[in-house]
Write a protein that binds this ligand. Structure first.
Ligand code: ATP
Ligand code: MG
Length: 260
């Protein structure tokens, strides 16, 4: 609907249909989703308002704009949570490599497995796409309305003790926690009791975890101890990612400036 054109209608549905028919595109909505309309005398009577309100402008919240605004808000959340990793999606993952891991990651999303307290462990060697798939999972989960957080434990270990402790404690408030690069930091023994506690808490509240690690599965379970290994055996699907590091393929992109 063009700005300023509000011919009287008899109800809000009519106002909506009229606006929709002349919509310039939701992202260009001049009303920010609040459709202005006037009511005919008949329309005013219907909602029990007297004729003296004829000509008055009412507003109706456009359901299409509400949906659009919600998706925009979620997109912003994705950027906030993932930062530059937000560009790692299912769409730009080459699924001819590590097909099983790709399919399992998609299945985790399709079945909203975090809601059932499902855990997914992506393990394997460097540059095989573990962080890429974890980012894609967190991305999609947020777009579906989950509260999800991406945590790099190696980064957390660079914080001072109190900040690291509270960053870990904060993770328990999410429906789905993505833990990237598990293993490297666990040698920092001041942090490990808090990480173990995190697993316990997420297990008790039946929250989702998706974790990446370079450690072999056996080593991971040994490191975490019997208590957590038991929970992993109960809750987790573990998939190994194999193959050459994809970073080798990316090298030409990053060094093209060097070529004459
Ligand atoms: N199957 C794939 N399709 C497209 N890009 C990929 C694929 N696998 C890896 N990549 C890309 O290769 C780079 C390295 O991948 P990623 O960071 O996910 O590896 P990783 O397994 O987490 O490695 P590390 O163990 O060192 O943390 C990223 O830029 C990622 O987008
Ligand atoms: Mg990684």
């Amino acid at each position: 609907m063009k700005t300023g054109q509000t011919s009287p209608v008899s109800n809000t549905e009519e106002a909506f249909q009229h606006c929709k028919a002349t919509c310039m595109g939701i992202d260009k909505c001049p009303y920010s989703g609040n459709i202005p309309y006037q009511l005919t005398l008949e329309g005013l009577k219907k909602i029990g308002i007297e004729g003296k309100y004829a000509g008055m402008i009412f507003t109706y919240k456009c359901p299409l704009f509400e949906e659009y605004a919600l998706l925009q808000k979620r997109k912003q959340r994705v950027s906030r949570v993932l930062g530059p990793l937000a560009t790692h999606t299912f769409e730009n993952f080459d699924s001819s490599r590590n097909t099983k891991a790709f399919q399992m990651a998609k299945k985790y999303i399709e079945s909203k497995a975090w809601k059932q307290g499902g855990w997914l462990i992506l393990y394997g060697s460097y540059g095989t796409g573990k962080t890429h798939l974890l980012s894609a999972i967190i991305h999609e989960a947020i777009m579906l309305g989950a509260s999800a957080k991406f945590a790099n434990l190696a980064n957390i270990t660079t914080l001072d003790f109190e900040s690291a402790k509270s960053a870990i404690a904060d993770l328990t408030s999410y429906d789905l926690v993505g833990i990237d690069d598990f293993g490297v930091e666990i040698g920092q023994n001041w942090l490990s009791p808090h990480i173990f506690r995190l697993f316990d808490d997420l297990n008790e509240s039946s929250k989702g975890i998706v974790m990446t690690t370079n450690m072999p599965l056996g080593g991971l379970q040994e490191l975490l101890g019997n208590r957590i290994a038991d929970r992993i055996a109960e809750r987790a699907i573990a998939i190994e990612l194999t193959g050459e590091s994809m970073r080798k393929n990316l090298r030409s992109k990053f060094t093209s400036w060097f070529k004459e």
